[in-house]
Design a protein around this ligand. Structure first.
Ligand code: G4P
Ligand code: NA
Ligand code: NA
Length: 194
């Protein structure tokens, strides 16, 4: 997605340890116009799968996921990392191991929000090792629902997540694929910038 690649090239910063900082439009400050276009693109890509819900994980997945749900005309479900006081009923839960933080966290979704009739589109801001996406897949599995696709804003194609998810048969659509962040330079996988 050209507008996204241009934004990453213009405003993305490589920080230590192969991490791409996009705090000016995605992770801290958020560009609503770009999020709207991202939502339109994911909706176009997945509309044919007739999703009934969009699922993301708090917090940074929410902006693109909300615009996607809006475009598709379906609810957004936000998996929580800490069980809120108000989440009193039964929950689906999955362990998510973060390689970046070297810690395991639980994600929870109320059982009242997903059931066996749902067709779930998973949306997230980053795909690195794929553990967050796999945690969401596990929640959907527990609900007896179907994963109809996985939409990722920025895939770090030099990490294993994309291969892992695609090898399990999931349709993964990434709007930007980063081939390398070596030497502090952002290199894209396919599309070439002018
Ligand atoms: P994984 O889910 O793909 O296995 O990723 P990993 O454990 O490595 O990453 C943990 C967190 O770091 C996730 O956010 C993920 O989105 C984010 N992340 C991974 N690589 C990058 C990167 O290069 N740049 C940025 N900006 N983020 C990256 P999180 O901890 O769940 O936090 P948040 O959603 O509340 O921001
Ligand atoms: Na994040
Ligand atoms: Na995220």
């Amino acid at each position: 997605m050209r507008a996204l690649l241009e934004k990453i090239a213009a405003e993305g910063e490589v920080v230590a340890g192969g991490v791409l900082k996009v705090d000016r439009f995605l992770n801290h400050q958020v560009d609503p116009h770009l999020m709207k276009r991202i939502g339109e693109e994911f909706a176009d890509q997945f509309r044919g799968e007739r999703p009934t819900k969009v699922l993301t994980l708090e917090s940074s997945g929410i902006s693109p996921a909300l615009m996607t749900a809006y475009e598709l005309g379906v609810p957004l479900v936000v998996a929580r990392k800490r069980r809120p006081l108000t989440m009193t009923g039964e929950v689906y839960r999955a362990e998510v191991y973060s390689f970046t933080k070297q810690e395991a966290n639980e994600i929870v979704v109320s059982r009242s929000l997903l059931d066996g009739f749902d067709r779930v589109l998973i949306i997230d801001d980053f795909l690195a090792n794929g553990q967050a996406a796999l945690g969401m897949v596990e929640v959907v599995r527990q609900a007896g629902a179907a994963v109809v696709g996985i939409g990722i804003v920025i895939e770090k194609a030099f990490q294993d997540g994309g291969r892992l998810l695609r090898s399990r048969g999931f349709r993964v659509v990434s709007l930007a694929r980063i081939a390398s962040l070596a030497d502090g330079v952002i290199r894209f996988h396919e599309e070439v910038m002018n």
